[in-house]
Design a protein around this ligand. Structure first.
Ligand code: OKP
Ligand code: ZN
Length: 344
C-alpha cells in the first residue's frame, strides 16, 4: 500500500495540554508518526511519497473562510499579546451568551474552540495544512484508480468541524478527502470512523448530506470525549436523514463486542454501495492506550483490517488518533497490511 507523508507535521508540537485540571505533556506529538513510519519500513508495506501541494482549495470546500483566517493568524496575534507560547482559550459562548465573533484574540479563541486541550502553536497552521494536503493527495490517488492508500498525517482531523477546532484537531483531513472524492466524480462516499473517540466534526460536516454516509464506532459519549455528540439516535437530517450511523460502546469494550459492531457498520456501508470509502483510523482503541479505555490487541487490528478490506471498495485510510507510541507502528501497520491483503 502506498503511504502519503509530509515531514511538515513536525512543525506542530504543543508543549502541553490540559488533563484532569493540570497541564501535562501533550500526547499528540511528532513521535507518533516516527513509530508508524519506522514500522512501514520494517515490514515493507510499500512506497512512501510526499503530497502534491494541492493548496487550500480542497480545505476551503470544507471549512469556512473566517475560521481559516483565524487559524492562519491566530498564533501571531496571540504572540503579540502574550509572547511565543501556545495559544489556548478560556472563555466560551455557552448557553445564555451571544455567539458572535469577538475582536480580541482571546475572545476569538473561545469562539472557535471546542475545548482547552487543542493549543494553537507557531507551527500549527503549517502542519495542519500539510496534513490536509496529505489527505487530499490520497483522495486523488483513489480517484485515479488506486485500490488503497494511506494518508499518514497529524495533527488529526475528525473532531474539527467547518469552523470549530477541538480534540487535537484543526482541519478535518478525512472530510477534506471525502469531499475531494465527491468533487472528482464519486456519486457516493462512505466515511468509516474507527477512532476510539466519536468523529463529531466529520458527522457535523456531512449531517445534512445524502451523498456521504458517516458511520462511527466509538466510546459512548455519555462517558467519554467529545461528550456532546455521537449518540445512537443521531441519524442525519434533511437530505442526510439515514446517512449517519453511530455505534457507541461501553468503556472496557474488547473485540467480542467491537467485531459485531464493525459488521453492523460494514453492512450499512455495503447497502449504501459507495464508489469509494474513507477510513478515519485511530489506534487509540488499543488496550494500552494512555487516554482511552477500549481493549483491542495488536492481532485485533489485523482482524479489523481484514474485515474492512473484504468490503471490496477503494479505500483511503486517514490517520487520526493513537497515543501508545511504542505500539502505534505495529498496530497501524497490522491494520493496513491486513486491509490490503483482504482486498486482493
Ligand atoms: C483525539 B482523537 C483527557 C482529555 C482528552 C481530547 C481527546 C482527543 C482525542 N481527559 N481530550 O480522537 O484521538
Ligand atoms: Zn481518538
Amino acid at each position: 500500500m502506498i503511504t502519503i507523508y509530509s515531514d511538515d507535521h513536525r512543525a506542530h508540537h504543543a508543549a502541553r495540554e490540559m488533563q484532569g485540571g493540570v497541564a501535562v505533556p501533550a500526547v499528540e506529538k511528532p513521535a507518533r508518526l516516527d513509530s508508524i513510519l519506522a514500522r512501514i519500513g520494517e515490514v515493507g508495506l510499500g512506497p512512501v511519497r510526499p503530497p502534491d501541494g494541492l493548496g487550500l482549495d480542497p480545505v476551503r470546500r470544507v471549512h469556512t473562510a473566517p475560521y481559516l483566517a483565524f487559524l492562519e493568524q491566530g498564533h501571531t496575534l496571540w504572540s503579540e499579546q502574550f509572547g511565543d507560547i501556545d495559544a489556548a482559550p478560556f472563555s466560551w459562548p455557552a448557553r445564555g451568551l451571544r455567539g458572535i465573533e469577538p475582536k480580541s484574540i482571546e475572545g476569538r479563541l473561545g469562539y472557535y474552540a471546542g475545548d482547552v486541550s487543542t493549543p494553537i502553536t507557531g507551527g500549527t497552521w503549517r502542519a495542519a495544512t500539510a496534513a490536509a494536503d496529505v489527505a487530499a493527495t490520497g483522495a486523488c490517488l483513489i480517484a485515479d484508480g488506486a485500490r488503497s492508500a494511506f494518508a499518514l498525517c497529524r495533527p488529526p482531523g475528525h473532531h474539527a468541524s467547518a469552523d470549530v477546532f477541538n480534540g487535537y484537531c484543526y482541519l478535518n483531513n478525512a472530510a477534506i478527502a471525502a469531499q475531494v472524492l465527491c468533487d472528482r466524480g464519486a456519486g457516493r462516499v462512505a466515511v468509516l470512523d474507527i477512532d476510539y473517540h466519536h468523529g463529531n466534526g466529520t458527522q457535523d460536516i456531512f449531517y445534512r448530506r445524502g451523498d456521504v454516509l458517516f458511520v462511527s464506532l466509538h466510546a459512548d459519549p455519555a462517558v467519554e470525549y467529545p461528550f456532546f455528540l455521537g449518540h445512537a439516535d443521531e441519524v442525519g437530517e434533511g437530505a442526510g436523514a439515514g446517512a449517519t450511523l453511530n455505534l457507541p460502546m461501553p468503556l472496557g469494550t474488547g473485540y467480542a463486542v467491537y467485531g459485531p459492531a464493525l459488521d453492523r457498520g460494514l453492512d450499512a456501508i455495503d447497502r449504501f454501495a459507495p464508489d469509494a470509502m474513507v477510513v478515519s483510523f485511530g489506534a487509540d482503541t488499543y488496550d494500552g492506550d494512555p487516554i482511552s479505555a477500549f481493549r483491542l490487541t495488536g492481532d485485533d487490528f489485523s482482524r479489523l483490517g481484514q474485515r474492512i478490506g473484504r468490503i471490496a471498495r477503494p479505500v483511503l485510510v486517514v490517520m487520526e488518533g493513537g497515543y501508545a507510541v511504542d505500539a502505534l507502528g505495529r498496530n497501524t501497520v497490522n491494520f493496513l497490511a491486513a486491509l490490503e491483503g483482504a482486498q486482493t
